[in-house]
Design a protein around this ligand. Sequence first.
Ligand code: 5RP
Length: 219
Amino acid sequence: MNAADKKRAAATAALEFIEPGVTLGVGTGSTVNFLIDMLPTIRNRIFRIVSSSKASTALLEELGFEISTLNDAGAIDLYIDGADESNKRLQLIKGGGGALTREKVLAGAARRFICIVDDAKLVGMLGSFPLPIEVIPMAQELVARRLVKLRGQPIWRNDFVTDNGNHILDIHNLQITNPLEMEARINKIPGVVSVGIFADRPADILLIGGDDGVREMRV
Ligand code: 5RP
């Protein structure tokens, strides 16, 4: 099975968790795109949809879904999203697609967060995947200088502007031994909008697509 088949399998397994009357939060990325493609098959179960990015909104609207804002929806019953890495505690690195801030807002607003991944995303320690950080443009230099102290290599994502009008700094070669502590530390730097470590709000359920089907992990 290739990575795309594994992602599709994890997305298919997530459909089972979508109950009638749900207010559904939809993440961003290639794994979630498989889920979005399948949502019309369970359209009657969905009460409201809130989207984490302009890209996912465009795909959902093409399929005829009307998108609610989080402010209108109030709360989210179930948020489904992919990840770039997950450890066994279901703490994640997200933001490879640059949508980390809205994704973090929706994960934080959700009663349940299901993360869908292929098996290459499960790691012993977070940090091999470059850690995305969304930064307000006027604070770029300040934030980069502060982040050098973390011993990773900060590299600005070229020609990329987030849905919120900000930039992304990717920190390469980190060894994130304490995700909770590092998330809090980076969040404190003035000018950081959000960091792609999801440890304070990890996933509740991880669905991992692999050669032998889909494995479920919970904390
Ligand atoms: C986007 C994300 C994605 O969930 C993450 O990058 C995984 O993407 P993919 O499903 O394409 O592997 O955080 O900001």
